[in-house]
Design a protein around this ligand. Sequence first.
Ligand code: ADP
Ligand code: MG
Length: 709
Amino acid sequence: METVDKINVAEIFGENVFDDRVMQERLPKKTYQKLKQTIQEGRELDAETADVIAHEMKEWAIEKGATHYTHWFQPLTGVTAEKHDSFISAPKEDGKVLMSFSGKELVKGEPDASSFPSGGLRATFEARGYTSWDPTSPAFVREDASGATLCIPTAFCSYTGEALDQKTPLLRSMEAINEQSLRLLRLLGNTTSKRVLPSVGAEQEYFIIDRDKYLKRKDLIYTGRTLFGRMPAKGQEMDDHYFGTIRERIAAFMRDVDIELWKLGVTSKTEHNEVAPGQHELAPIYSVANVAVDHNHLVMETMKRVAYKHNLYCLLHEKPFAGVNGSGKHNNWSLVTDDGINLIDPGKSPHENIQFLLVLTCIIAAVDDHAELLRESAADVGNDHRLGANEAPPAIMSIFLGDQLQDVLEQLIHTGTATHSIVGSKMNTEIKALPEFMKDATDRNRTSPFAFTGNKFEFRSVGSQDSIGEANVVLNTIVAEAFSNACDYIEAAEDKDQAVHDYIKKLATEHQRILFNGDGYAPEWVEEAAKRGLPNLKSMVDAIPVLTEEKTVAMFKKFHVFSETELQSRAEIEYEQYSKQINIEGRAMLNICTKQIIPAVIKFETKVANSINAMVTAVPDIDVSVQTELLTETADLLSAARTSMASLSDAVEKGSQLLSTDAAAAAHVYHDEVMKYMEELRVSVDNLEQLVGKEDWPMPSYGDLLFEV
Ligand code: ADP
Ligand code: MG
């Protein structure tokens, strides 16, 4: 076995990050302090300070081998974007070049906004767009095939200041939650905390397959998922893959991913195999929301890049394989003050923790009031195969609290006061050699989209390839609104203590319907949820309209997170993205059928027909019923496939004609018609795969992809 070099994690961790330690070391004291003020208090940075920082950043990056710098940003394409510039400045008279990087170049960039989605903002405004430095997320040097590049995390706005990215609204929502949390804390007597920030930890699921096999699947290449394919004889029914011994090849890949991420200051912490064969998960230690969003992008990019080096391919799509568990991203979220108080931590006796109960009931109210918006925040095209399909978590938003908190709230609702909290019991394994430990007071629930997990909420609906940006924008803002409502109520009351108590009870009572501790996959839940009046938005197309509903617009406006124009543009972009993605999938199916599957089936049929002829010639009354049946069946399926192809082709045509004039109408055609014919076509083709010999089928099977890595 190949031996791996020993590494010193502490030494390499953050080695490529221009972090606080580096800044303290390298920046003049005054500059460092000014930057800290900018980061901590949101103060503006003056040009002179920016110049000093830029110079040091450049010197440091050059020492790390960097030749270029880039503003690294998150346009609404779902992936990050960058425009590289080298540090080189015009040659001097002696022909020598200098390496330069000014404060202006650090603070402001100008990529061509017209090449990124703007959802109509571009039509009404100029094509100009600016990236501006987010000093709260540290710059880093990334090493790849193009050498080393200094990457500067930035926000991306149009000329008139509209957000064109994920980061701008996120930073605005962090301001909103900070302001309203502090207002709430002050009312409850806290005079010390100065800032409240959301902490986020994103658990990332993904599939790894062999790259040579990947290259033989046009559907994976064009769309990131398989458009055809049958489950192999062995599926995930044995659950034997879960936490299984991570195969050597995968282990080597994971180790490299960890090292790369550690260098970038990403605290990659846990990795294990997931439920499905070929599926894995990576989780970092949580950090401040905007850093966590940046880091999650780095995780996805790094996994793709490292997989390539190992001749593997990393599939981030939510549903790469039909019939096999899909991938998601659990967004763990809490609120933490600068002096270390986690507002979501119930402590030992939650029933006495008034602050916690107020925060908790506000969150419950927020999720209930904006369930549709929260569901929308997790909508992306691939995620439609999870939410609302027969997979975890369901599209119905509900909250799992666990026995302990559920009980406290029920006491409050029924008697007006909570007098006790259920406590965990001692774990009894009946084995003396095992150490004793206390069980948690609450078990887990894996089916809930929004689960309380000890000292945080885990929002499990986000798709594996989606940015976690939008989900956190929504979480921060809806909770800011709930806090603001609570403050309005309490501030207006004479007896503040009584008001807090009454308000907790009021919220718990009014929003009970959103609490659900049972099995979220059960069909009974769908019925029960409908009775409770909970929304069930099955697809992205159904969810998009909530972005521009009056309630949504009013809230985002009030907290300065999105203007109405920005929301309209986002809705437009999402319709477009949906249509474009399904359009690609539909066209890819037609192409693969025409160029690969039909010719393969015909070849197979010819082989069978020739063999029937040869057999009958040799032995006139030989039994060729099996061969004949096979031929008839494949011919029937092929003709069914042709019929579906014709319908699919018409539907794709109809959708693409609408796309330029009415994005919403186009999205509906893609959802209602194109998807339907795609499914129909797939059934015929998957049945053909079952009949046609392995050596005649034109692409690797599910079995090849999932079990032979
Ligand atoms: P679980 O077993 O509930 O999934 P883990 O300890 O595996 O919990 O953590 C899952 C993710 O949640 C990790 O990324 C972790 O850093 C993050 N996390 C833990 N505590 C918090 C918190 N208070 N706020 C936000 N994220 C957290
Ligand atoms: Mg989890």
